[in-house]
Ligand binder design. Structure first.
Ligand code: F6R
Length: 242
């Protein structure tokens, strides 16, 4: 793992946005794996500004989001599709037919999402946030490392953390469909970002702890090209890695 530490969320977002602009500009086609949540909102704003200032185009970009809530009205502002529309897709020249989300219909084989990703060339760069319990995507502690896209029940700590986007915790869906750990590990490059003191334990265990399904993000130690971008608060409990 390559660990980089910046002063704050703005500076770490600048680093990630610049890297993505460089990658998008230097490839004919790029498949991006995207995350929702608060970690990447500034990155998406910086990419939007980059597009407005003609530093990049999304015409040759295809996206695959990590997860989508189950049993949520498709017009609800907090579906992950609507989140991505609002934070990025509505403001840039991406073809929305090339933006993909895990299927949430009950009668579908969720692994079709992995097959689609594979058929379209695999993910070049996967953006990941991390949960305070070490989840990546919505792979909560205990999920086997060889899992592909699947439906999950969200832990109460995860629903609590996500209530910031809803009126109350009762409104946060109980289930989601997420790419599995194996799906995520198949990406050619991974950029995991975290900011804030509340992520410091999860970040330490991911980088310096044992590789265990009890801390899903710890598997990233085995990825050949994983960049971890932190602010000083999220890095504050690291002993050896910086
Ligand atoms: C979101 C996702 C989650 C979040 C994580 C951190 O698509 O898969 O794993 O990345 O819960 O959330 P924030 O960024 O809100 O702290």
């Amino acid at each position: 793992m390559d660990v980089k530490v910046f002063k704050n969320k703005t500076e770490l977002s600048r680093h990630i946005a610049d890297l993505m602009i460089e990658k998008i500009n230097s490839h004919d086609h790029l498949n991006l794996g995207l995350a929702t949540g608060s970690t990447f909102t500034k990155v998406y704003r910086m990419l939007t500004e980059g597009y407005i200032h003609r530093q990049l185009s999304f015409r040759s970009v295809r996206t695959f989001n990590l997860d989508e809530y189950v049993d949520i009205d498709e017009h609800h502002p907090e579906t992950y599709r609507n989140f991505m529309n609002r934070h990025l897709f509505d403001h840039v020249d991406i073809d929305k037919d090339k933006t993909h989300f895990p299927p949430t219909d009950a009668d579908i084989d969720y692994k079709e999402y992995d097959d689609l990703i594979e058929k379209l060339g695999g993910i070049d760069i996967q953006l990941l946030g991390i949960g305070v319990n070490g989840h990546i995507g919505f792979n909560e502690p205990g999920v086997p490392f060889d899992t592909r896209t699947h439906k999950v029940r969200l832990e109460e700590t995860t629903r609590e953390a996500n209530k910031k986007f809803f009126d109350s915790v009762d409104e946060v869906p109980t289930h989601a469909v997420t790419m599995g750990i194996e799906s995520i590990m198949g990406s050619r490059m991974i950029i995991l970002a975290a900011y804030g003191h509340h992520k410091a334990d999860a970040v330490r265990d991911m980088i310096e702890g044992a590789i265990t399904i009890d801390h899903p993000a710890s598997i990233l130690q085995k990825h050949a090209d994983c960049l971890v971008v932190l602010d000083e608060a999220a890095a504050s409990k690291l002993k050896y890695s910086i």
